[in-house]
Design a protein around this ligand. Structure first.
Ligand code: NAP
Length: 446
C-alpha cells in the first residue's frame, strides 16, 4: 500500500500505476454480522457507532469485468453510515444476502462483515476487461448508485431499477477504506481544484439534492420559486440551499443554532429560521400534532419572504411532515428523500388535496444526474460542504457527531491521504473560484 500511495503522490503515469502489485488485504471500516443485535433494547439516540464500527484488514476480492479497484484517498460520513452502524431501521446484511443470490459476482458481497461507506475520491488502480472509459491513474470521485445494467427496469431512469442499490450501504466493499471496488459506471472525474477530502464528501448528498430540486425527475425548481429547506446547513440541505441560490430561487433555510444561521447568511441566504430559538414543537405529544404551530411557522415564513413555499425540501420525516404539507403553497410541491426522525409520517390530508399540493418521492440520483451535479462542483458553481476532517481511525467519533446532529455540512475522512490539503490538480482554477468560497463550511466547522 505504501508503494501505491507513493506513486499517487508522485503523480506516476497510468502505466506505472497499472504495474503496481495490489495487496491481498486492505484496511477498511466494517460492521460485523454477529453484532447485528448488539443494540437491542437501547434507545436510538444512545446507540453508539463507536461500538459497532471496526477498523481492520479485509481480503481484497477479485473484480468483475465491469468493475474497477480505486485507491481511496478520502471518503465521508453519510447518514447511511449512522443507519448501518446502529443497525436501524434494520441490519444491512439482508441487502448483502439478496445481492449474494443474484449472480456469481454478487455472491462476493454476502460476507460476515460489510465494508461500509458511500463516498470516495481517489485514483483508479485496476479496471476489469469490460471497462472502456476509465484507466489506471485516473483521478476520480465515486457516486453510490449501484445499477444492474442487464435489468430492463434500469433503462428509463436507473433509479427505477427494481434491484437498484446504494454502494457501501446495500453492497459490500464501500468507500470508508484504503481500497474500494466499484462499478465503472459509478466513476466521475475528480474536481481539479479541490483537495482529496473536499472531493470525497460531495457525491452522495450533492447528487441527491440535484435530483430533488434541479433534475427532471422531482421538484424541477424554477427561477423565482420560494424553497423551504429543512436542515439547510446539513448534508443534503447545504447543497440544496446552493442549488436554490444558483437557480434564481429564494431559499428559506431552517437550522437549529445561531452558528448555523450565520453560516447560511455567509452563503447568501437572507431568510433563516432557527427552529430551536423559535421553540417550534409540531407534536403536542407522541400522537397529536399541533396545527397552531404549523400556522405560526407558516406566518413566520410569510413574514420573511412574503409568500408560501413553492417547494418544501423535506427529509426530516415524522417530526416535520405535517408542517411541511401545511405550509407548502397551493399547487406547490413537497419533495422528500428521507425520514431522519421517523418514517411513519402523518399529515392533514385536507390541506393537501383541497390546495392541490403534490408530494414527490426522490432517492439518490441516476448516473446522468450525478454527473451533472459533479460537473457543477468541478465548475466551482457548487461548493463542497467539508466542515471537519477525521482520520480513518476516528470514523466512530465522526459518525457519532452526525448521529447527534453535532456537525455542519459534511465530515470528511482521510483514508490513504496522509494529511489534509493534498490532491489539488489546478491551483489557478482554485484561486479563480476563491479559497473563501470553497472553504465556507470548513471555516465554520470543528
Ligand atoms: P445531516 O447532515 O445530519 O443533516 C440533517 C439535518 O436535518 C440536520 O442538519 C438538522 O438540521 C435537520 N434535522 C435533524 N433532526 C431534525 C428535526 N427533528 N427537525 C428538524 N430538522 C431536523 O444528514 P443528511 O446527510 O443531510 O441526510 C438527511 C437525511 O436524508 C438522512 O435521513 C439521510 O439518510 C437521508 N438521505 C437520503 C438520501 C437518498 O438518496 N434518499 C441521500 C442522502 C441523505 P438543524 O438541526 O440545523 O435544523
Amino acid at each position: 500500500m505504501d508503494k501505491i500511495l507513493e506513486a499517487i503522490q508522485a503523480e506516476a503515469s497510468g502505466e506505472e500505476i497499472a504495474s503496481l502489485a495490489l495487496p491481498e488485504s486492505y484496511r477498511a471500516v466494517f460492521v460485523r454480522r454477529e453484532d447485528a443485535a448488539m443494540f437491542e433494547g437501547v434507545a436510538s439516540p444512545d446507540k453508539d457507532p463507536r461500538k459497532s464500527l471496526h477498523i481492520g484488514e479485509v481480503p481484497l476480492p477479485a473484480i468483475a469485468p465491469d468493475e474497477a479497484v480505486v485507491a481511496v484517498m478520502a471518503s465521508s460520513i453519510n447518514f447511511n453510515t449512522v443507519w448501518t452502524s446502529i443497525f436501524e431501521p434494520l441490519p444491512t446484511f439482508g441487502f448483502l444476502d439478496r445481492l449474494g443470490k443474484e449472480s456469481e459476482w454478487g455472491r462476493r458481497h454476502a460476507l460476515a462483515y460489510q465494508v461500509i461507506g458511500s463516498d470516495a475520491a481517489g485514483v483508479v488502480l485496476r479496471t476489469g476487461s469490460a471497462v472502456r472509459n476509465w484507466k489506471p491513474g485516473d483521478r476520480v470521485t465515486v457516486h453510490c448508485n449501484y445499477v444492474d445494467d442487464q435489468d430492463p427496469t434500469s433503462h428509463d431512469d436507473s433509479m427505477l431499477g427494481s434491484n437498484q442499490r446504494i454502494w457501501g450501504f446495500e453492497t459490500n466493499f464501500g468507500g470508508l477504506a484504503d481500497l474500494t471496488i466499484v462499478k465503472a459506471n459509478q466513476l466521475m472525474p475528480k474536481p481539479t481544484h479541490l483537495t482529496w477530502e473536499e472531493s470525497g464528501v460531495n457525491a452522495l448528498c450533492n447528487s441527491t439534492s440535484y435530483r430533488m430540486l434541479v433534475g427532471q425527475n422531482a421538484a424541477r425548481m424554477k427561477q423565482g420559486d420560494t424553497v423551504l429547506v429543512w436542515g439547510a446547513a446539513g448534508g443534503i440541505g447545504g447543497y440544496a440551499t446552493q442549488y436554490v441560490l444558483n437557480g434564481g430561487g429564494i431559499p428559506v433555510g431552517i437550522v437549529s443554532s445561531p452558528e448555523k444561521a450565520a453560516l447560511l447568511n455567509e452563503l447568501g441566504v437572507e431568510a433563516v429560521i432557527d427552529r430551536k430559538a423559535e421553540g417550534y414543537r409540531f407534536w403536542k405529544d407522541e400522537h397529536t400534532q399541533d396545527d397552531g404551530e404549523w400556522r405560526r411557522f407558516g406566518k413566520q415564513i410569510r413574514s420573511l419572504v412574503g409568500d408560501d413555499p413553492d417547494i418544501v425540501f423535506e427529509h426530516v420525516g415524522r417530526q416535520t411532515m405535517g408542517a411541511s404539507i401545511f405550509v407548502c403553497k397551493r399547487g406547490g410541491t413537497v419533495v422528500t428523500c428521507a425520514a431522519t426522525s421517523g418514517y411513519m409520517v402523518e399529515f392533514d390530508n385536507r390541506h393537501f388535496w383541497m390546495k392541490l399540493k403534490r408530494l414527490i418521492a426522490s432517492h439518490f440520483a441516476n448516473y446522468a444526474e450525478a454527473w451533472q451535479a459533479n460537473r457543477l462542483i468541478d465548475m466551482g458553481r457548487i461548493q463542497p460542504l467539508l466542515s471537519a476532517v477525521y482520520p480513518l481511525e476516528g470514523v466512530g467519533d465522526a459518525a457519532l457527531r452526525v448521529h447527534r446532529n453535532d456537525h455542519e455540512g459534511k465530515i470528511g475522512i482521510l483514508c490513504l491521504a496522509p494529511r489534509e490539503g493534498l490532491g489539488i490538480d489546478d491551483p489557478e482554477k482554485r484561486d479563480r473560484i476563491g479559497e473563501d468560497k470553497i472553504t465556507v463550511f470548513r471555516r465554520h466547522g470543528g
